[in-house]
Design a protein around this ligand. Structure first.
Ligand code: AMP
Ligand code: GLY
Length: 470
């Protein structure tokens, strides 16, 4: 099978790697020379992934069986439509359906119109004059978001990025003045975030293991919101602070959303990823993404049982997949991204990372390349975005985190990495915080008590294939 992977980050490296392991021949289309894709792909076309006609022409000329679109920008630009018009099946929704991610307004209006629960209170403002009245309408702390795509950045949360409602209003006005079409003001949700990614076909919705992304730039969840500094997943495909019922509720919201889109004539073939906040009142929706998460897919794909990924994605592109192909191993994973200094606010490109890949692999850790280019054997030059991801697995999350840290000794250079992702203390802090929300008035204990550890045997195979059909 010959597959075109559109995009050039570590997510696309992971997708290409999983396809190649399944015996597929991969072609890639990327704006930069990703060293991972250069190694794996039969050909890497250097081009803008958002140019639909050019992408389709390349896919046709190389007779690919289907294409997988990694990033959000080509989906928002309608590259799926150009490919489908050229007769190439695609893993990725149409431009119209991708509005579930590219317009926060569209997503919220859809859920409201169809009576789907789990949506925080929100207001959408289009002009500076409306801001003060809209802000005054909230009795809770708020979040201020530009309406369109912002690569996970630009969202400001009260109590974190700004203190008072007046400061929130000033930020909203600034965004509108800078030319953002609209700004969404939203009730702040308190709890723990989790990502639920699912394969969506014409006939069903098939969830992947849950993942928690580390969104903030600095350790201890400090600093600016970013695209994601790393993530982790747990051996039972749930998360330390969350029960199966929470996962099932989130999946119900995703399924209702797909049904609502379909009823509006928006068929969906691709990945739908719900970003949720688990609150004391259950899971609430933070965002939808129309694609694999980055870094979340690095965790999920590390667990995909070797061998069938090309067939699985062919099923998604074709509109129906074989659920027996949905096999994710029961192991924990941790991903830590090496990023350029200042990433999240003012990243400084041009630095070098020296990587001893054989030693990293000996440590049982996988390397996935993002925004770097080769600068000679074992040397990589950083761009402004996330540089290199290290992926560790083990039976417990904290062990996978220790494994990645051990591998970091073989990565030298002026990069930043959040070592706290998936550590015992970080996990304990999260479970404690969640417990204190469920029991109003309870104070979080200052020290970890225990970290939830599921009892599943470490090396067995599991499936999250809970199918929601129609
Ligand atoms: P978004 O681009 O909407 O996904 O927002 C980026 C990040 O901002 C999320 O991953 C959350 O960490 C945070 N965030 C967004 N909306 C809310 C909300 N309503 N309450 C609390 N945090 C939020
Ligand atoms: N990690 C967040 C995203 O992929 O949008």
């Amino acid at each position: 099978m010959r597959v075109l992977v559109v995009g050039g980050g570590a997510r696309e490296h992971a997708i290409a790697q999983t396809l190649v392991t399944a015996g597929a021949e991969v072609l890639a289309l990327s704006a930069h020379a990703n060293p991972g894709l250069l190694r794996l792909a039969r050909e890497v076309k250097r081009a803008a992934p958002t140019e639909g006609e050019a992408v389709a022409t390349f896919a046709k000329a190389r007779s690919v069986d289907y294409a997988v679109i990694g990033p959000e920008a080509p989906l928002a630009a309608g590259v799926s439509d150009s490919l489908r018009a050229a007769g190439v099946p695609v893993v990725g929704p149409s431009k119209a359906a991708a509005r579930i991610e590219s317009s926060k307004e569209f997503a919220r209006e859809l859920l409201t119109k169809h009576g789907i629960g789990g949506l925080p209170r929100y207001a959408s403002v289009r002009s500076v004059d409306e801001v003060d009245r809209a802000v005054a309408g909230f009795t809770t702390p708020i979040v201020v978001k530009p309406v369109g795509l912002n690569a996970g950045k630009g969202v400001w949360v009260q109590g974190h990025d700004f203190a008072t409602a007046e400061e929130g209003a000033a930020y909203a006005k600034q965004l509108l003045t800078l030319g953002h079409e609209a700004v969404v003001l939203e009730e702040r949700l308190d709890g723990e975030e989790f990502s639920l990614m699912a394969f969506v076909t014409d006939s069903g919705i098939y969830p992947m293991p849950l993942v928690q992304d580390a969104k903030r730039a600095l350790e201890g969840d400090q600093g600016a919101n970013t695209g994601g500094m790393g993530c982790y997943s747990q051996r039972d495909h749930l998360l330390p602070f969350l029960a199966r019922t929470h996962r099932d509720r989130a999946l119900e919201i995703v399924a209702q959303t797909v049904a609502a889109m379909r009823s509006e004539g928006l068929a969906y073939r691709g990945i739908l990823y719900g970003g949720f906040m688990l609150t004391a009142k259950g899971p609430y929706l933070v965002e939808f993404n129309a694609r694999f998460g980055d870094p979340e897919s690095l965790s999920a794909l590390a667990l995909y049982e070797e061998g069938n990924f090309a067939e699985l994605l062919a099923g998604v592109a074709g509109g129906s997949l074989d659920p027996t192909l949905l096999r994710f191993r029961l192991r924990a994973t941790v991903v830590k991204y090496l990023v350029p200094p200042g990433y999240g606010l003012a990243p400084k490109a041009g630095g070098t990372i020296e990587l001893d890949e054989p030693r990293i692999e000996e440590a049982g850790v996988k390397v996935l390349f993002g925004d770097v280019e080769s600068a000679g054997p074992g040397r990589f030059t950083m761009g402004t975005s996330r540089s290199i991801a290290l992926v560790g697995e083990a039976s417990a999350i904290w062990e996978a985190s220790v494994r990645v840290d051990a591998a970091l000794r073989f990565a030298k250079g002026e990069y930043y990495v959040r070592r706290d992702i998936g550590t015992k203390i970080d996990l304990a802090r999260r479970t404690e915080r969640m417990r204190s929300l469920f029991v109003p008035g309870a104070k979080p204990s200052p020290l970890p008590l225990s970290v939830a550890a599921p009892d599943a045997p470490p090396s067995s195979l599991g499936t999250t294939a809970q199918v929601i059909g129609e």
